[in-house]
Design a protein around this ligand. Structure first.
Ligand code: PLP
Length: 424
């Protein structure tokens, strides 16, 4: 099936007389006839449900749909994108280990890695998304456990050369983890380019309606953990907290990563997505291909309009000819990138603040990537504690406006921008 069809049908096929829509199993627990039946579940000898903190059928239907969309073998939902990225990395890196990550990533992920996970004893080296093969290689250490980057980075809109990064990761015996939030599997499938694990903040385009925070981790099933057994003892040696199971032998390349992540990390950290939120996520997934088309078409039209406007100083959109990442965007996302455009208006910070005040349709929000057009001036919101010099150093200039095109009619979005520019 193609992805448009999978968005409707993958993950859940009703049997005779069952509901067409996925059922919301709003239940914490599941009943068994005998203690032996339940014992088999605890030993991971049989598959089934016993407690929603570990697994829930509604979540599993939706996770299976996302696994299918990405072309992976297994997936799990998490309560947020933050939990997804934390679990994906912590599943293979622990105290005393090291991770190499692109410096061009979501601010929340950067804090998670650079502050909180450092406190847990994991070391991070951040490198440019444009790093050469030699520069990436130079960042590796004997205790490096994975390489991490974003397909299209939020908010810098850099595009990662996934195929090249995967090659360098594999030459060093570690998996490449890709946060595919902005592209979604409709526009890019990182596994086709060699990535091993994909993560999502489903809060963005996948849900798409500003209604449910969530995350997802998908495994390609391709990384051979046993080949590097010394590097990944958590997957390749018995788990004493789980009756001595060795995940890589019991569940193979296809299932080891997600099973360990569920049995250990979800069990201990409890960041499960609520079944009701998984239901909302599934509703969003059904129309994802249609919405992504409109987000991308609107992003392209808005970027082209801004690029030709005399009151605009600069425009950053990977789909814009002449953009530094145009060729990479065409390679990895031939059908379009995303609906997020960043730009600066002439007159710097003061003009940017005036511009924001005059917008009528575009709503000021610390969110991106949903049906409603929204806009943020990071220098006066998320990044307001930074000085102008610090803003420039982290790639978020004082004049930068992050504009997330919704799925309204492009003419209305452009008319709103036009009148706000006229009113500066
Ligand atoms: C928003 C976002 C996250 C964090 O996701 P939450 O659902 O807000 O926890 C992670 N990565 C990217 C690229 C994001 O845009």
């Amino acid at each position: 099936m193609k992805n448009e069809t999978k968005c409707i049908h993958a993950g859940y096929q009703p049997k005779n007389g069952e509901s067409r829509m996925i059922p919301i199993i709003q239940s914490t627990t599941f009943k068994y006839d005998t203690s032996e039946d339940m014992g088999k579940l605890f030993d991971l000898e049989a598959s089934g449900y016993f407690y929603t903190r570990l697994q829930n059928p509604t979540n599993d239907y939706v996770a299976a749909k996302i696994a299918s969309l990405e072309g992976g073998t297994a997936a799990m939902l998490t309560s947020s994108g933050q939990a997804a990225n934390f679990f994906a990395v912590f599943n293979i890196a622990s105290c005393g280990d090291h991770v190499v990550a692109s410096s061009s990533i979501y601010g929340g992920t950067f804090n998670l890695f650079n502050v909180t996970m450092r406190k847990m004893g994991i070391e991070f080296t951040f490198i440019s998304p444009d790093a050469t093969d030699e520069e990436i290689k130079a960042a590796f250490k004997p205790n490096t456990k994975c390489l991490f980057g974003e397909t299209i980075a939020n908010p810098a809109l850099t595009v990662l050369d996934i195929e090249r990064w995967a090659k360098v990761a594999h030459e060093n015996g570690v998996p490449l983890i890709i946060d595919n939030t902005f592209a979604t599997p409709i526009n890019c499938r990182p596994f086709e380019w060699g990535a091993d694990i994909v993560t999502h903040s489903t809060t963005k385009y996948m849900d798409g309606h500003d209604s449910a925070v969530g995350g997802c981790i998908v495994d390609s099933g391709k990384f051979d953990w046993m080949k590097y057994a010394d590097k990944f003892p958590g997957l390749c040696t018995p788990d004493e907290s789980y009756h001595g199971i060795t995940y890589a032998t019991k569940f193979g390349k296809e299932g080891a990563f997600i099973t360990k992540c569920t049995a250990q990390l979800m069990r201990d950290f409890g960041s499960i997505q609520a079944p009701m939120n998984a239901y909302f996520l599934n509703l969003g997934l059904e129309s994802l291909p249609l919405r992504m088309k409109q987000h991308c078409a609107n992003g392209q039209k808005v970027a082209e309009f801004l690029a030709s406007n005399k009151n605009v100083e600069w425009v950053n959109y990977p789909g814009l000819e002449g953009n530094k990442y145009y060729d990479l965007a065409k390679k990895y996302m031939p059908d379009g990138t995303c609906g997020v455009v960043s730009f600066g208006v002439k007159g710097g910070r003061v003009a940017a603040e005036k511009f924001m005040k005059h917008l009528k349709l575009a709503m000021i929000a610390t969110h991106v990537a949903d049906a409603r057009t929204c806009v943020l001036h990071p220098a006066s919101a998320t990044h307001r504690q930074l000085t102008d010099e610090e803003l420039i150093a982290c790639g978020v200039g004082p004049d930068m406006i992050r504009f997330s095109c919704g799925i309204e009619n492009a003419d209305d979005i452009i008319a709103d921008i036009q009148q706000a520019l006229d009113n500066i």
